[in-house]
Write a protein that binds this ligand. Structure first.
Ligand SMILES: NC(=[NH2+])NCCC[C@H](N)C(=O)O
Ligand SMILES: [Mn+2]
Ligand SMILES: [Mn+2]
Length: 300
């Protein structure tokens, strides 16, 4: 089943982390031409605009070290409902962030439609912290744990019962910065991870072949959650938590083309584009090129 229609929706939220500006991500990605790019691919495209995000009155809710918990939770509930609606209508949800905490809402909306959803987490980080292990209190470091049902009740209960995703249905690609608690969780739950070591060692081609085969066997739909900081900061400098030694633009491009060929992905989000930290919108341009490839763009 190839994709007939894509619905683009933005969540311009920067409250899941400490560096302002990632709320301008959806706008930067539209400026880089995402809608026109997708329209060229003979797929019907609709742009649903952006979800409205509340203004933070004080950074911390009483009784928790999670920053902006109530606003992050509210925005994610709204996103979950919108993603749910998009899938219900037979369209493919393409979510533009925003910081990575928005994956909580996307996955909650997606999970409604699957018994066994798979996730590709393309990221320098694991985003597997809980309030007990987080070094920062930033919710963008937690969405994958939340989606497994681990974390604050206000987050794990968004849009339905938990867990949204089973640990054995997750593949992390590009990891090179993991906190101690995250490493423990990965070992504990047996989450499949291709760190930069494996990418260097066996190459992106084999990593993607293995990843595709692994998820095809066990899932009934696969969500791609692509954090632009998975890409090396030389190619994607406009991110709030850059980590050197990342996946190149070329390798990322290949990974997206292989996913397009595999016809495996059923929803996607591109997050953490921060135009304030960027160089002439380079990171948004990279994001748009990767989306083009994901949806089947070819040179010839
Ligand atoms: N989506 C991201 N960029 N996450 C970065 C997380 C960094 C760190 N592990 C933390 O918990 O704060
Ligand atoms: Mn990251
Ligand atoms: Mn991330």
């Amino acid at each position: 089943m190839s994709i007939q229609k894509i619905s683009v929706i933005g969540l311009p939220m920067d409250l899941g982390q400490a560096r302002r500006g990632v709320d301008m991500g959806p706008s930067a990605i539209r400026c880089a031409g995402i809608i026109e790019r997708l329209e060229h691919l003979n797929i019907e495209v609709e742009d649903l605009g952006d979800i409205t995000v509340g203004r933070p009155e004080n950074a911390n809710d009483p009784g928790t070290n999670l920053k902006n918990l109530s606003l992050v939770a509210a925005s994610n509930s709204e996103l979950a409902a919108r993603v749910d609606e998009i899938i219900e209508s037979g369209s493919f949800p393409l979510v533009l962030g925003g910081d990575h905490s928005i994956a909580i809402g996307t996955l909650a909306g997606v999970a409604k439609h699957h018994d066994n959803v798979g996730v590709i987490w393309y990221d320098a980080h694991g985003d597997l912290n809980t309030e007990d292990t987080s070094p920062s209190g930033n919710i963008h470091g937690m969405p994958l744990a939340v989606s497994m049902g681990l974390g604050h009740p206000d987050l794990i209960h968004i849009h339905g019962s938990f867990p949204k995703v089973k640990p054995e249905n997750i593949v992390i690609i590009g990891a090179r910065s993991l906190d101690e608690g995250e490493k423990e969780l990965i070992r504990d739950k047996g989450i499949k991870v291709y760190t930069m070591h494996e990418i260097d060692r066996i190459g992106m081609t084999r990593v993607m072949e293995e990843c595709i085969e692994y998820l095809r066997e066990r899932t009934d739909g696969v969500h791609l959650s692509l954090d632009l900081d998975g890409v090396d900061p030389a190619d994607a400098p406009g991110v709030g938590t850059p980590v050197i030694g990342g996946i190149s633009y070329r390798e990322s491009h290949l990974a997206m083309e292989m996913l397009a060929e595999a016809d495996l992905i059923t929803s996607a989000e591109f997050v953490e584009v921060n135009p304030i930290l960027d160089e002439r919108n380079k990171t948004a341009i990279v994001a748009v090129a990767l989306m083009g490839s994901l949806f089947g763009e070819k040179l010839l």
